[in-house]
Structures are given as structure tokens and as C-alpha cells.
Design a binder for this molecule. Structure first.
Ligand code: FEO
Length: 401
């Protein structure tokens, strides 16, 4: 647990989880993570904004006491998930006079997950303010980043925005600020992809709302503080907008190498045409890297052998992820080899109702791919290329399904 001063009487308290490898048994953490809480000592009131993962409660309470805290007036809970709210009971045990402030949705979730009585809570209203004496807090409801409960808290006159998960990054680093921008961008992008991407429409609205605010620091509850807020705001604008970049993502696997031959052939043709391509073998899929690749890619080509007249289960899992994350790709296609059943493309496509894409004519080969299959892949490569140039400039007809 490290305590650092952001401004006079405004502190960051970071629990660094250097070794954590996976979050929610779902999200890989190649760089660990951190849980950040913030303490603001106003001239009249002291407020804690969020807490830390419950496994780190003991060190967190010690850190609060190391700041000479004898009284805590409020705990603002921006978001009820336990990596930020899980130490609220420990804080209340140490500072029983503190009142927990949350919006109504967050209060319901907190009351359920922490088994706390509702009377313990004060309610936060959208655009409501709280005076701390020489400073004040303003609360902005920003639901669906990534739960329905989130509040973003703005400290004036310091102009610090405490955003909890919003703009976060799973990154354990000794740096207080996002000075290593390339590293932070990778981590923030993966975090956005895994957690925020399904809600990009709501995120765009929140970004519009924040555009009129004068923000000096963005202080999220995972990863470093943004001392240059425009860095992360601009990235989020690009990630959340509808526009895509010309890039072909190919989740694939093969059982007897036929589908691999088709994939390799297609990749070569696309590269010859100057397109950026990223294949991902889905058998041991790194879901973080895969999700990151989906953030801005224009095109998805699923390449699967046929199993029981459908996609291979590993491909079905990858498709589930694409569908759940609501990838914004505008074009999609299916290729692969089959033995006796020809319904794999239809069955795979039915797993992707959220993928709002134009579909290319599928290319499926009976057994090993033959000359006519490679010719079909040539056509597909041409159509993918046309589609990607068509994104900027409408051109000749593309063969779509
Ligand atoms: Fe970092 Fe939604 O919790």
C-alpha cells in the first residue's frame, strides 16, 4: 500500500497487486493491477473516495491512519464492485462515524453485496454537490462504465476527476502518473476492450458530458493517474466512435490442417494487398490480446473446421466473446473445411447476433482445400480489400452474403 500526495491534502492510496494473474477468473492480467482510493481533507470535512480490494483491507486502514486521520466524515462509493467497495466494512469498523454516500443503484448493490443496512447510506444525486469547506465535490452519474451504478466524482477547485473503473488500466506500476504512455495505452486499451467496449454508446455520451469540464487530473481506481487527461480522453473517443480502422482479425483453428491452409493462403493474399492482418489461434486464446484487437478492427474472418455440423467449440467460445463484447467491425466472413455437414457458417453466424456486420459469402472446402477453394479465397481477399477501401470511398460491388 502506497500513499502519495496528488495535491495538498489530496492523497492517492494505491494497493498494488503485482502478482495477480487473472481478474474475475476471466480477464488475464499480464501486468497485474492496482486498486486506488483517494482521500480528500477539506477544511471542514474529510472524505474517502472508494476503497480497495477486501484482501488488502488491513494495509489500507493502516495507510489511512498513517495520514493522521482521527475522523472520517464520508466514504463516497463511486461503484459497488468489491474491488473498490470491499473494504468499506473495514473502514466503517475503524471510523464508525463515517457515512457512506452512493447513488440509489449503487446503494442497492452495496447493501446486497456487503449486507449493510440501507440506513447507513446517504444518497448522491446527479449533479449534486457536497461541501468539504474549502473544497467541494460534484457528482455525475455515469452508468454503464461498466455497471449500472457508476458515479464520477469531481473535486473543485482542484479539478480532479475520480472515475473509478472509467479510464482505468490493469497495470501495477510504481509510477503515480501515466508517464509511460505507450505502456499505459496498451493496458488501458485492453481494459477498455474487456470491460467497457460493450457499452461504447453510453461511453460516447459520457465523453460528451465531460467535454465541457475543466479537468486537471483523471484519477481512476485502477492504474496510474492521468496528468495529461487529453491523452486518455482522446483514446476513448477513438475507441468508442463508430469508425473502424482497416484491419482483418482472423480467429482460427484447424484439426487436420485444411483450415490452416485456407487461413495462411488468405493472410498472404491480404498482406499482398497491403492490409493489416492479425490471426489468433483460438485453441489457447489470449482473450485480453484478442479483445484488444477487436477495439478498432474493421473486419473479422472466422476460420473453423466443422464439428457436428457446427463450429468447433473453441471457435464457438471465441464467437461468444466477440458477441458479448459487441465488436464494432463492419464486415465479417466465415471460412473453413468440412467433412459431411455444410451448415457450419449458418450455425456460427447464429452465435453472433450482436455483430452488426455486412457478411461476405462464406468459403468452405470439402476436405482439403482445392483449386476452386483457393480461387474463392482470392475473391474473398478482393472483397475484403474493397470493403476496407470502401469504408473511405464507396467503390465497386462487394460480394456479400
Ligand atoms: Fe474495478 Fe467494476 O470494478
Amino acid at each position: 500500500m502506497i500513499v502519495r500526495e496528488l495535491r495538498p491534502n489530496v492523497y492517492s492510496l494505491s494497493a498494488l497487486d503485482w502478482d495477480r494473474k487473472i481478474f474475475d477468473e476471466l480477464v488475464p492480467l499480464p501486468d497485474g493491477t492496482s486498486y486506488n482510493a483517494y482521500l480528500v481533507k477539506g477544511s471542514e470535512k474529510t472524505v474517502l473516495i472508494d476503497t480497495v480490494h477486501p484482501s488488502m483491507s488491513e494495509g489500507f486502514i493502516k495507510a489511512l491512519k498513517s495520514l493522521g486521520l482521527t475522523r472520517l466524515d464520508y466514504i463516497v462509493s463511486n461503484h459497488a464492485e468489491l474491488d473498490h467497495a470491499g473494504s468499506i466494512p473495514a473502514v466503517l469498523a475503524a471510523f464508525p462515524e463515517a457515512k457512506v454516500l452512493a447513488n440509489a443503484k449503487c446503494r442497492s448493490l452495496l447493501a446486497a453485496s456487503l449486507d449493510l443496512p440501507r440506513e447507513m447510506f446517504g444518497l448522491i444525486q446527479d449533479n449534486g454537490t457536497l461541501s468539504l469547506g474549502d473544497r467541494s465535490l460534484r457528482f455525475m452519474w455515469m452508468p454503464w462504465v461498466h455497471w449500472p451504478d457508476t458515479t464520477v466524482t469531481y473535486l473543485e477547485p482542484d479539478n480532479i476527476l475520480f472515475t473509478c473503473d472509467f479510464f482505468g488500466a490493469h497495470l501495477a506500476t510504481s509510477e503515480l502518473y501515466a508517464t509511460e504512455e505507450a505502456r499505459v495505452e496498451r493496458a488501458a486499451r485492453m481494459y477498455y476492450a474487456e470491460i467497457m467496449m460493450p457499452y461504447r454508446k453510453q461511453i460516447s455520451k459520457h465523453l460528451d458530458r465531460l467535454a465541457i469540464e475543466n479537468i486537471a487530473l483523471i484519477a481512476p481506481s485502477h492504474g496510474p493517474v492521468y496528468h495529461r487527461p487529453e491523452f486518455i480522453l482522446q483514446l476513448y473517443r477513438e475507441w468508442a466512435e463508430d469508425a473502424t480502422r482497416p484491419e482483418v482479425i482472423i480467429p482460427y483453428l484447424s484439426m487436420y490442417e485444411s483450415t490452416t491452409k485456407m487461413v495462411n493462403y488468405l493472410i498472404d493474399r491480404l498482406m499482398e494487398k497491403g492490409l493489416k492482418v492479425q490471426p489468433f489461434n483460438v485453441v489457447e486464446l489470449d482473450s485480453g490480446r484478442f479483445a484488444s484487437a477487436l477495439v478498432e478492427a474493421s473486419t473479422l474472418i472466422f476460420a473453423s473446421p466443422t464439428v457436428l455440423d457446427g463450429a468447433h467449440p473453441a471457435m464457438a467460445t471465441a464467437a461468444y466473446l466477440v458477441n458479448a463484447l459487441k465488436a464494432k467491425a463492419g464486415y465479417a466472413g466465415i471460412i473453413g473445411s468440412y467433412g459431411w455437414g455444410t451448415s457450419m457458417p449458418d450455425n456460427l453466424r447464429s452465435l453472433l447476433p450482436n455483430l452488426n456486420a455486412n457478411w461476405f459469402v462464406p468459403v468452405i472446402a470439402s476436405g482439403v482445400p482445392k483449386a476452386e477453394d483457393f480461387t474463392a479465397l482470392d475473391r474473398l481477399a478482393g472483397d475484403i480489400c474493397l470493403a476496407n477501401s470502401a469504408a473511405a470511398e464507396p467503390g465497386p460491388t462487394i460480394r456479400l452474403d
